[in-house]
Design a binder for this molecule. Structure first.
Ligand code: GDP
Ligand code: MG
Length: 438
């Protein structure tokens, strides 16, 4: 998808004048790419209309190019961002029940554990309940995952009624004052109606504060019907899109959001416990547009100043927080092969010296996990709150599944960039301009 759309847009942009014929050709290309990526036909049509409407009102001069680029981007963002502002936020000091639904194999059990760990790392006492009594081995799988993540769990080898198991588990953990209780359900049944009936019953028994549908990003055109069916019986309030590390283009997810008016909240980006990312519509689209076209993405992201904005603003003021470092690392990872990208961050090429692309990007990933295990205060700090704080470092190493040594590496990298930011601000004040920047 990315390649074709980027191609259509940039091919057009090479010529100076964008007449109506060129515009029509471009729209045709984009729509073909979207359809190929399994985006719903009706959505594609409305997207086309909308872009055409926006663009044709402008004169065919140079500004028109920019308008085309931004409206393709914005329209795609609007498709994956239903703009609901009643997003679920768990509250500390009470039991928040989260129920997972979705087809077998979509990634529920894996994602349950990831999410429990995610909340755990943010200071919520979290646990898991296995209500999948249909599939043999389901409880063992959850048990194994939970043990690895050091998350308490509940389930049964003998009880066959999922409604009873889930009620027992939730009641038990409620009494024990757990703050996040995640209920994993089955995704298959002898018959489809039975699965949906079961979901309704579990829902009534545990009264979840949040229901999440897990969707495999390779679902394709079936996404619309499937998500509608789940919405009707389980009325989920959020979607987690899994396996985004695979080759699927994710067009189905766009249809699921549009059909159910429900936001995607997280992305599953791998099989590992830590492969969970908060969903960001702009980043998602930037990545979609930039796939297979690294240079294009870099330029595009720079022109949008997405995540760079705060970091750049901070740098010019001489401030560089740990969160700024995390954003920079995240950006780099999304942009492609490390060998090409590490050079963009000073000091990083030293830290990843001698590593191949895979080792290097693993290192980057772990650095991001470390940042993600910090709380907001730590992220927004200048890093000094870690000095002589071994328990704090240990907590973060544990939460991110890394070592204290690696946490120190992140802080070293941060210190170095913070020092640079200070120097840049000083030079700027002295009127010396920015070497190598503009
Ligand atoms: P469930 O049947 O819905 O509970 O699905 P599982 O959690 O058992 O996952 C099915 C398979 O998908 C397992 O092999 C997982 O390791 C894999 N899986 C889940 N999420 C992801 C992901 O984000 N990326 C990748 N690559 N694999 C995933
Ligand atoms: Mg499962």
């Amino acid at each position: 998808l990315g390649k074709r759309i980027t191609g259509a847009v940039s091919g057009l942009v090479r010529s100076d004048v964008v007449d109506d014929k060129a515009l029509d050709n471009m729209l045709k290309e984009i729509c073909a790419a979207l359809l190929e990526a399994d985006v719903n036909v009706k959505l594609v049509q409305s997207l086309r209309k909308s872009i055409k409407h926006t663009v044709s009102a402008s004169p065919p001069g140079p500004q028109r190019k920019r308008l085309i680029q931004s409206s393709v981007f914005n329209e795609l963002v609007a498709l994956v961002d239903p703009q609901t502002d009643n997003l679920f936020k768990p509250k500390k000091g009470r039991s928040n029940i989260i129920m997972f639904v979705g087809l077998q194999g979509s990634g529920k059990t894996t994602t349950c554990t990831k999410l429990a760990r995610w909340y755990q790392a943010r200071g919520f006492k979290s646990c898991l309940v296995c209500a999948d009594t249909f599939r043999a081995g389901a409880f063992d799988q959850l048990k194994q995952n939970a043990t690895k993540a050091k998350i308490p769990y509940y389930g049964s080898y003998t009880e066959t009624d999922p409604v009873r198991v889930s009620k027992e588990g939730v009641d038990k953990f409620r009494k024990e004052k757990f703050e996040i209780i995640i209920v994993d359900t089955s995704g298959r049944h002898r018959q489809e109606e039975e699965l949906f009936r079961e979901m309704v019953q579990i829902h009534e028994a545990v009264k979840p504060d949040q229901t999440i549908m897990v969707l495999d990003s390779s679902i394709g055109q079936a996404a619309e019907a499937q998500s509608r069916a789940f919405k009707e019986s389980a009325n989920f309030g959020a979607i987690v899109l899994t396996k985004t590390d695979g080759s699927a283009q994710g067009g189905g997810a766009i249809s699921a959001v549009a059909a159910t008016k429900t936001p995607i909240v997280f992305l599953g980006t791998g099989e590992h416990l830590l492969d969970l990312e908060k969903f960001d519509p702009k980043r998602f689209v930037a990545r979609l547009l930039g796939m297979g076209d690294v240079q294009g993405l870099v330029e595009h992201v720079q022109s949008l100043k997405l995540d760079q904005k705060d970091a750049m603003k901070h740098i010019s003021e001489g401030v560089f927080t740990v969160r700024d470092l995390r954003d920079q690392l995240g950006n780099i990872m999304k942009m492609g092969p490390l060998s090409k990208m590490a050079g963009m961050i000073p000091g990083l090429s030293q830290m990843t010296q001698g590593m191949d692309d895979e080792e290097g990007s693993n290192k980057l990933k772990r650095m991001v996990y470390i940042c993600d295990s910090m709380n907001d205060r730590e992220l927004d700090s200048d890093g000094k709150c870690f000095v002589n704080q071994p328990t704090r470092m240990t907590r973060i190493a544990r939460g991110s599944g890394t070592s204290v040594r690696e946490v120190e590496d992140v802080l070293t990298q941060h210190r170095m960039m913070a020092g640079m930011a200070k120097n840049i601000a000083k030079m700027k004040k002295a009127g010396a301009g920015l070497p190598g920047m503009g």
